[in-house]
Design a protein around this ligand. Structure first.
Ligand code: CAA
Ligand code: NAD
Length: 285
């Protein structure tokens, strides 16, 4: 199926990045969130990202205008009815995602594909609440979406070959390289990345090193672009905890036990960069 119009649900850091990248690649986008205020925040982030590209002369002012013209914000799910593909990028909570897909199934045209940007939750289980499990797939973009090259594609048990091919071609048309993962908790990237981040939090909890030294150790000693605690703050500590819980519950092995310190930070409302405080603090949030 030819995809022309893409609905993106959730205008947070991932949804906004997906909407920007899709519009830059020529697709029409309908960007949805629970309120106009959240949509506005997402659109402001996109405008800032495009301003940077204009300043670096990677796109022109005219391009910027055309890209923004391709993104329509709407808090009404009904406005996604004619989309060829809907990419869900809301909070990492299975019940919330299931409720959304159940509703969406009655609104969006039956031939459209549903994709979830979930970091860890079973695509097969999410697909089971819809009447289109063959047209349901995981399309896992990495943060920050406009910069990161990878899209991890997750095939649920009922995902059809045609759906996989359409989504693979679409990701390539958005300038991304794809890998395919089978539907197990955390897929490929977070099955490996998140236990490392969780271990860094446990090392901090045990006093092995300060947050600064843990991060500097991994940046300078292992050539990671960000230290693991800085990366956790960047991803969002709520999202990191949700992913660890999915790994722990889904794989049943205590090696995936979320670090108690990670839980404590989330309990305190320290969510990382998005609200100004995590393992590090961030000005102006
Ligand atoms: N949005 C758009 N562009 C951005 C950006 C953002 N949020 N942040 C940085 N950029 C761009 C910059 O404009 C710059 O572009 P040019 O090369 O064209 O000039 C480029 O990215 C590099 O940026 P900077 O020089 O400012 O900063 P940097 O060199 O420190 O790189 C970074 C920033 C790319 C974020 C880098 O620190 C990095 O790669 N960090 C690790 C990111 C990572 O691991 N992401 C995966 C997280 S896990 C995940 O996403 C899955 C999950 O489910 C949790
Ligand atoms: P975020 O907290 O920045 O944004 C989530 C957005 O979803 C918020 O704007 C919220 O208002 C909105 N939302 C919540 N419930 C909604 C609903 N029912 N309908 C419409 N909008 C709703 O989160 P994020 O970091 O953008 O993560 C979104 C998804 O992407 C999660 O599943 C997460 O696991 C996944 N993901 C995150 C990263 C990352 O590094 N943060 C990377 C890859 C994938």
């Amino acid at each position: 199926m030819a995809v022309k119009t893409i609905g993106v649900i959730g205008a947070g850091q991932m949804g906004a990045g997906i909407a920007q990248t899709a519009a830059q690649s020529g697709y029409s986008v309908v960007l949805n969130d629970i309120s106009q205020e959240y949509i506005g925040k997402g659109l402001t982030g996109i405008e800032r990202g495009l301003d940077r590209l204009v300043a670096k002369e990677k796109i022109t002012g005219e391009d910027r205008k055309a890209i923004l013209g391709r993104i329509q914000g709407s808090p009404l799910l009904e406005n996604l009815g004619q989309c060829d593909l809907v990419i869900e990028a809301i909070v990492e909570n299975e019940e919330t995602k299931r409720a959304l897909f159940r509703r969406l199934d009655g609104i969006v045209k039956p031939e459209a594909i549903f994709a979830s940007n979930t970091s860890s939750i079973s695509i097969t289980r999410l697909s089971s609440v819809t009447k289109r499990p063959d047209r349901f797939i995981g399309m896992h973009f990495m943060n920050p979406v406009p910069v990161m090259k990878l899209v991890e594609i997750i095939r649920g048990l009922p995902t059809s070959d045609a759906t996989y091919e359409t989504i693979r071609e679409l990701a390539v048309s958005m300038g991304k390289t794809t890998v395919v993962a089978q539907d197990y908790p955390g897929f490929i990237v977070n099955r490996i990345l998140m236990p490392m981040i969780n271990e860094a939090v446990t090392a901090l909890m045990e006093g092995v090193g300060s947050a600064q030294d843990i991060d500097a150790g991994m940046k300078l000693g292992a050539n990671h672009p960000m230290g693991p605690l800085e990366l956790a703050d960047f991803i969002g500590l709520d999202t990191c905890l949700a992913i660890m819980e999915t790994l722990h519950n889904g794989l049943g092995d205590d090696k995936y036990r979320p670090s108690p310190l990670l839980r404590k930070y989330v309990d305190a409302g320290y969510l990382g960069r998005k609200n100004g405080r995590g393992f590090h603090t961030y000005e102006g949030k």
